[in-house]
Design a protein around this ligand. Sequence first.
Ligand SMILES: [Zn+2]
Length: 74
Amino acid sequence: MGMVMIKCPETGHAISTGIEMDRERFRCSAVFFSRTYCGMCAATHEWFAKEAWVHETGSPGAGSRSAPRRREAA
Ligand SMILES: [Zn+2]
């Protein structure tokens, strides 16, 4: 299971959308559109699935603070 993340267009920080989905399901899902409240901007950002990625959370409490190094291009 993972958490769908997006990059805040204002600050460039990764923010959690609060949507839990496993990576395979996310890949297979149709393109969708959503909105997520961003606490850094105190605003709601609109985003498409193609701009989002799944951050695998793995087993809870297993030191999952290190973000995977993917989608580095900005
Ligand atoms: Zn933001």
